[in-house]
Design a protein around this ligand. Structure first.
Ligand code: C2E
Ligand code: MG
Ligand code: MG
Length: 697
């Protein structure tokens, strides 16, 4: 079945997934990993370059030191005194033009031949440039150069730098050079005599390094991009899976949410939804001052459909009802299934209270047209209770309570109607509540009594039996008739306890009469539907007979017709067990039920009791005569006894006699009376003085 979730405001929450934007894995991965790759490439390039440069520096510095030593060994002895002492006394110009410098240059040039040394400088310990292969620099003071200072105290200091160096054509070309300041001393542990500065050309090395670095960087980038693309493909796939799972999750959440807030059978909003929406609606109505109405709808005798036609039919019926309700209300009104056969409508912004009557009437009408389920045509009635916010209460709880009370009253008044809640109804509901408490006390205080009504054989006016009828001796209200409290006993489940008491008391009473020497009569005991359905009914009857010593053939159980349409198989089983005990079974109020006559063939029934409604107008209504006759004929052909109840008139007796019914029960002979009165009747030879008794009743 496809379920259409409809009508009824959506619940007050949204699924968490609806508000939050979904985490986008691919985008997250793309951004983060690109940044990561970029940072890694830059950092690793930088690191690689630093390491390579420092390796070049180390290597070349060592080479420079070796070179410097070679220079020193070959030329230093010749020039030492000039550099360390003489040079300081000359001006820059004198120094540049000095013959020693000329010689030194030639020596250095010949030494530099074939090497990658591009410049050589010699400083005295005061930092004066005594010699330079670049003559323009001779005489320059270099004492503040930090690397010179380091070399002066015996340390080697190198640095890679860019230098413009003249080529053979005297063009200045930018070279990458490593310049090293190297201390010069005669022997290893001797003091420093002067400082050499050697420039070696590392342009080629650095260019090669740059080339390699470019290749490595490119390689790294390509590897990373490949890895990135590979991972991106995986991530994209993972993202797709997550997305589809996310979608499924959201759909699941949506379904769960719908199931939590909607009734699956009818698709209407459910009770949980109802409470949330009503709460909201009452608050809105309170703020705006608008009239809000709650309409509670209950199907009359729905249980009967369920139990006679099966639960499938019951479900189908509910679906049909739910489908008919929307046509009765405005688009803005919301419909709910509260559970079982109960529905509710919330009507907001009602212009006039009378408008609700229109809706209620529409509902009654819509639901009363025949419903076809399988091969059956079902006609249902509904009881509707209405409560409004403008009656002083505006909270949801009161609205529900009041609509329920009104609905119960509509049901109590026979159903198929709607009732507005009034304060008066509240009093009735209150009465019902106190009655319930009183009833519970009545059970423990033994406030119930049995009255007995004789059953007469019209041919002889003999008492052939009595029916035990319960009364409640209420401490304030006096004698309360059974119709006022039996339904409540049924609803509260107290009926089982009270019913057992009735059975025992009636059996004991009958036995007492017999023990007192009165001619034996049959004792009829009414068994309610709930009592009959209870597991203990058979044991209860057997035990009552056993405990009181009454012969089962003097006990007759009066069952109502409605029992026979509810779970037929179980009813047959129970009746057979009861029959096995030896008691009689009568069908009470025969003709008022809704069941088919089919059951009569299947059930082990002994007696039919024609209902009072057919007897009442017997003298005036020929149709009632026909019914009484039909029932009597049917009973006799099915080998059953027949008795008419509610006989108040001698003419009714003669009509019944003429139509084959010879047993009667009614006020004509006697109202239900206390046990001692029955004893009197029995003592007078079971002859009932009709007229005198009726007069005195
Ligand atoms: P019922 O079993 O059909 O009992 C017959 C009812 O019709 C009795 O009402 C009786 O007083 C009344 N009645 C008898 N003859 C006449 C008559 O000529 N005219 C009129 N107007 N009424 C007559 P009662 O005692 O008020 O009992 C009402 C119903 O309460 C009973 O109907 C029965 O269904 C139920 N009831 C009574 N006692 C018990 C009980 O112990 N257990 C159960 N489960 N139900 C009981
Ligand atoms: Mg009865
Ligand atoms: Mg009856």
């Amino acid at each position: 079945m496809s379920t259409v979730f409809s009508r009824g405001r959506e619940p007050l929450f949204n699924s968490p997934g609806n508000n939050k934007r979904r985490f986008n894995l691919s985008r997250y991965f793309a951004v983060i990993s690109l940044i990561g790759i970029f940072v890694f490439v830059v950092a690793s390039t930088y690191l690689y370059r630093n390491i390579a440069i420092s390796a070049i520096k180390d290597h070349q510095s060592r080479a420079n030191v070796d070179l410097a030593r070679a220079f020193a060994n070959s030329i230093w002895p010749r020039y030492q005194s000039f550099v360390t002492t003489k040079a300081a006394q000359l001006s820059s110009k004198e120094l540049r033009d000095h013959v020693e410098i000329e010689k030194l240059k030639n020596d250095v040039d010949s030494q530099m031949q074939g090497l990658n040394v591009v410049k050589v400088k010699i400083y005295n310990l005061d930092g004066l440039t005594v010699f330079s292969t670049d003559p323009g620099q001779i005489g320059i003071d270099n004492k503040h150069n930090p690397r010179f200072t380091l070399a002066r105290i015996g340390k080697i200091a190198s640095e890679i730098e860019l230098q413009n160096i003249r080529d053979d054509q005297q063009d200045e070309i930018e070279h990458t050079v490593l310049s090293s300041y190297i201390p010069i001393r005669k022997a290893e542990n001797m003091p420093v005599d002067a400082v050499f500065e050697l420039y070696t050309d590392v342009t080629e090395l650095v260019t090669r390094l740059d080339e390699t670095q470019k290749q490595i960087t490119l390689g790294v980038i390509i590897s990373f991009i490949s890895l990135y693309l590979f991972l991106f493909a995986i991530i994209k796939r993972a993202d797709k899976i997550i997305k589809s799972q996310d979608k499924k999750y959201n759909t699941d959440i949506e379904t769960i949410r719908k199931h939590a807030y909607h009734d699956q059978l009818t698709g209407l909003a459910n009770r949980t939804n109802f409470h949330a929406c009503l709460d909201d609606a009452t608050k809105r109505a309170k703020r705006s001052g608008d009239l809000l109405a709650l309409v509670v709808i209950d199907i009359d005798r729905f249980k009967l459909v369920n139990e006679s036609l099966g639960y499938d039919a019951g479900d189908e019926l509910l679906r049909v009802i739910a489908s008919r309700l929307p046509s009765c209300v405005r688009e803005t009104d919301s419909i709910y299934r509260l559970g079982g056969d109960e529905f509710a409508i919330i009507l907001e912004k009602v212009a006039h209270p009378e408008d609700i009557a229109l809706v209620a009437r529409r509902v009654l009408e819509a639901l009363s047209s025949p419903i076809h389920i399988k091969t059956n045509e079902i006609i249902i009635n509904t009881s509707i209770g209405i409560s409004l916010t403008n009656q002083g209460h505006s909270d949801a709880y009161s609205l529900v309570k009041e609509a329920d009370i009104a609905m119960m009253n509509a049901k109590g008044d026979g159903g198929n109607r709607f009732i507005y809640f009034t304060g008066e109804l509240n009093a009735i509901a209150y009465d019902r509540l106190t009655m319930e408490t009183d009833l519970r006390n009545a059970v423990s205080n033994n406030e119930f009594v049995l009255y007995y009504q004789p059953k007469i054989l019209t041919s002889t006016n003999e008492i052939v039996g009595v029916e035990a009828l319960i009364r409640w001796q209420h401490p304030d209200k006096g004698l309360v008739p059974p119709n006022d409290f039996i339904p409540l006993l049924e609803n509260t489940g107290l009926i089982n306890q009270v019913g057992e008491w009735v059975l025992r008391t009636a059996c004991r009473q009958n036995k007492q009469w017999q023990d007192a020497g009165h001619p034996p009569v049959k004792m009829a005991v009414n068994i309610s539907a709930r009592q009959f359905r209870s597991e203990s009914i058979v044991t209860c009857v057997r035990q009552a007979l056993y405990d009181t010593g009454l012969d089962p053939k003097y006990l007759e159980l009066e069952l109502t017709e409605s029992l026979f349409v509810e779970n037929v198989e179980k009813a047959i089983r129970t009746m057979i067990l009861l029959k096995d005990i030896g008691v009689y079974i009568a069908i009470d109020d025969f003709g008022t039920g809704y069941s088919s006559l089919n059951y009569l063939r299947q059930f082990p029934v002994d007696v039919l009791k024609i209902d009072r409604t057919f007897i009442r107008d017997l003298t005036t209504n020929p149709k009632d005569i026909a019914i009484a006759k039909a029932i009597s004929t049917m009973a006799s052909s099915l080998n059953m006894g027949v008795i008419a109840e509610g006989v108040e008139d001698m003419r009714q007796v003669s009509i019944l006699k003429d139509n084959g019914c010879n047993e009667v029960q009614g006020f004509l002979y006697s109202k239900p009376v206390a046990a001692n009165e029955i004893e009197e009747f029995l003592a007078t030879g079971r002859m009932l003085p009709i007229l005198t008794k009726v007069k005195s009743a």
